[in-house]
Design a binder for this molecule. Structure first.
Ligand SMILES: *[C@@H]1O[C@H](CO)[C@@H](O)[C@H](O)[C@H]1NC(C)=O
Ligand SMILES: *[C@@H]1O[C@H](CO)[C@@H](O)[C@H](O)[C@H]1NC(C)=O
Length: 333
């Protein structure tokens, strides 16, 4: 059998996708199709699955613009009356099928990014007039201003005061298939930003992005726990302290699980925060203490502290035993 080819004018090049023995071979990772023109993609193999921009999966099929046909040895995706909004990644993979059973798995995944160039819309339209983006310490943030044409020149701007934000490729980079990525979020970047695309005589701005800086911990808390005593006599007081050492300015919440809860003992706790210097670094030490007054037999057991920050929860447990008072010893006042 002859290998099948599908060819496109792609990002200025003629690109053909073919499939040889043993799977799909991908040639070229992006295509440009004029908005309004149909897109035809073929994927060789059996029981082919397709993935495409989310919005298309939801809407285009219902509108009758998207048709997927499965043949014996290949599958074809046809998208008609295309618009700039259809821009995005299209992928397909074949599955191994035997006796009506198909194995899941995407070993032979083939993908391509399709730009539907629209002479009137340089950005893929979005429903929102503005979008909130959290700038979290230690985590890259994406401003998803997706262009419909890979040849558009895209710059990043602040609304107030109006200024262009330098894009050096290190702290901030631009990817024509994604938008701008802020690799090292900083509080100074917070505010209202937008992307500006220009192509030929056309200049357009994207949705506005409201950047909000959030002090974000690099990891979930790793608490330690210490009971004032591991063995307490009936009627005595004790306490259990949970400590977390972490980055400054990171809020920490504590919760407790303790045996007395079942008997209705109220959670009598206190919280303390201190700035400490450890190994030449400023750290924040957060502590929660659970007080148990006049220990009863039911207070014997496991004491668990859960410390939570924006990254997650860490928990730690200790055991306290409540013992009988020795014969003749006075009960504490
Ligand atoms: C595509 O557009 C043409 C012209 O506007 C229209 O007649 C046709 O119904 C559309 N097809 C689909 C499937 O939407
Ligand atoms: C916990 O109990 C011990 C022993 O009774 C006491 O010295 C300590 O101050 C208590 N801790 C807190 C935080 O109250």
């Amino acid at each position: 059998m002859h290998p099948k080819f599908s060819c496109f004018l792609a990002c200025g090049l003629l690109i053909c996708i073919s499939s040889g023995k043993g799977g799909f071979q991908k040639v070229g990772d992006c295509l440009s199709v004029r908005a309004g023109k149909p897109l035809v993609l073929r994927c060789r193999g059996q029981a082919v699955r397709w993935r495409m921009p989310k919005y298309l999966e939801e809407e285009a099929e219902a509108e009758g613009r998207l048709r997927i046909k499965h043949f014996g040895q290949h599958s074809q995706l046809l998208l008609v009356n295309s618009t700039g909004a259809d821009t995005g990644e299209y992928s397909c993979w074949a599955r191994h099928c035997q006796d009506g059973q198909c194995a899941e798995g995407q070993e032979h995944l083939a993908k391509t990014f399709v730009f539907f160039t629209d002479p009137e819309e340089l950005f893929v339209p979005t429903e929102d007039y503005y979008q909130v983006v959290q700038l979290r310490t230690h985590q890259p943030a994406l401003l998803p201003c997706q262009v419909t044409n890979p040849l558009a020149r895209v710059t990043l701007h602040r609304e107030f005061p109006p200024e262009e934000i330098p894009v050096d490729g290190t702290d901030i980079s631009f990817d024509v298939k994604k938008g701008f990525t802020i690799h090292r979020p900083q509080a100074s970047l917070a505010g209202s930003l937008f992307c500006l695309a220009s192509l030929g005589g056309l200049r357009q701005i994207s949705t506005k992005y409201m950047l909000i800086y959030v002090n974000y911990p690099s990891s979930s808390p790793k608490p330690t726990i210490l009971a004032s005593t591991t063995s307490v006599q009936l009627g005595d007081n004790f306490n259990v302290t949970c400590t977390v050492l972490g980055e400054p300015e990171i809020a920490m919440d504590f919760s407790w699980e303790y045996p007395g809860q079942k008997q209705g003992r109220p959670p009598y706790t206190s919280k303390r925060v201190a700035v400490v210097h450890r190994e030449g670094q400023v750290q924040r030490e957060a502590e929660s203490t659970l007080y148990v007054e006049e220990a009863r037999a039911g207070d014997s057991g496991f004491y668990t502290c859960r410390a939570t920050n924006l990254q997650g929860t860490g928990s730690v447990t200790t055991h306290v035993r409540v013992t009988q008072r020795p014969q003749g010893s006075p009960t504490p006042q």
